[in-house]
Design a binder for this molecule. Structure first.
Ligand code: PEP
Ligand code: MG
Length: 331
């Protein structure tokens, strides 16, 4: 089994019917880099930059951040790296941010409070520093910049203005940065963003679906709470409808779309997601070989058929049963 997964590394993630799928890795801490390089992933689809702020005494400045990003981008040797600006708030915690008086809102519902892009637009210095560091590091290879937890186009516009301004400022200083600036995209992880994907896709240069949060917000079930774990179901047809809407909008506006929630690492889920129109996945590096193996066994017709059935299903259980039956029959 291990040997076979090892051999898969050099094989393309291609369906038996010919369509090619992109598989990338999520990075949570830099120590995962060797595993990512080993996995056969074609780049980093989600660099969660929260690690920069964890166990940190002070806020990481522009040059410190640049020095962290540079080797990660270089190590990908020309494969793209999608850096998500810090997604703080909700259940995540940081000493450095607390000490700077950031993210201690006392919201009664932290998941519905100031987190993600909301926090960054309230503390613009954080966003400016991170944009500048990413732009400096972008000389090392292809980079994309991603905004977390967007719920309205105004947030994208405000962040984009800051991004453009930081780009101009660096150029004025004589810093060598890519022209045009690296693509600026957004995560789709609120029902509002999925429902408005058509509008957002006009202005965001790429979309990435975060099914961990999208599931939580759609079903009003905390992703971390065990007492509602049975309600938290990414196969719920309501979640799948939103994935479908997002994929359709991206296709209409010719924007790249990927999916980077935990769901992407589940070989059972992959035929469904491909059928819903997703051709790019980002997941923990350890999942890349088995997802690739699942993809190589798939035919597009089956994927489409399953997606249609799933969208018409009455609940998530019906969908998982269908997917498990399909996986068992294929074995
Ligand atoms: C998600 O919400 O699906 C996601 C990928 O972001 P995170 O898990 O970091 O919130
Ligand atoms: Mg998220």
């Amino acid at each position: 089994e291990r040997q076979m997964l090892g051999r898969l590394r050099r094989l393309p993630a291609r369906l038996s019917s010919g369509e090619v799928v992109t598989l990338q890795a999520n990075l949570e801490i830099p120590a995962e880099l060797p595993m990512i390089a080993q996995s056969g992933a074609g780049g980093i689809g989600l660099l969660r930059s929260e690690f920069l702020f964890m166990n940190a005494e002070t806020l990481p400045d522009e040059l410190h951040q640049e020095a962290v990003y540079l080797p990660l981008i270089e190590a990908m040797a020309g494969d793209p790296v999608t850096i998500r600006v810090v997604d703080w708030g909700s259940e995540k915690n940081s000493d450095a941010l607390s000490r700077a008086g950031i993210g201690e809102s006392g919201d009664t519902n932290p998941a519905l409070g100031v987190r993600g892009i909301r926090l960054l637009l309230q503390h613009r210095g954080l966003l400016e520093t991170q944009f500048a560091a990413i732009l400096r590091a972008a000389r090392a290879g292809p980079v994309r910049v991603m905004l977390p937890l967007v719920s309205s186009v105004g947030e994208l516009r405000a962040a984009r203005d800051i991004y453009a301004r930081i780009g101009r400022r660096l150029r004025r200083k004589g810093v060598e940065i890519p022209d045009p600036l690296p693509p600026l995209g957004i995560m789709i992880e609120t029902p509002a963003a999925a429902l408005m994907a058509d509008v957002l896709a006009q202005e965001a240069e790429f979309l990435a679906i975060g099914t961990n949060d999208l599931t939580m917000y759609t079903l009003a079930a905390d992703r971390a709470a065990t007492d509602v774990a049975a309600l938290y179901d990414p196969f719920h047809p309501a979640v799948l409808q939103l994935v479908r809407m997002t994929a359709d909008a991206a296709l209409r506006h010719r924007r790249p779309v990927s999916l980077c929630g935990e769901m992407a690492s589940d070989p059972i889920a992959v035929p469904l997601l491909v059928g819903l129109g997703i051709r790019s996945f980002s997941m923990h590096a350890s999942a890349v070989p088995r997802v690739k193996r699942a993809i190589r066994a798939l035919a597009m017709d089956d994927c489409r058929r399953m997606a249609c059935r799933a969208l018409e299903a009455a609940d998530g259980r019906e969908v998982s049963t269908m997917l498990m039956d399909y996986a068992a029959a294929a074995r």
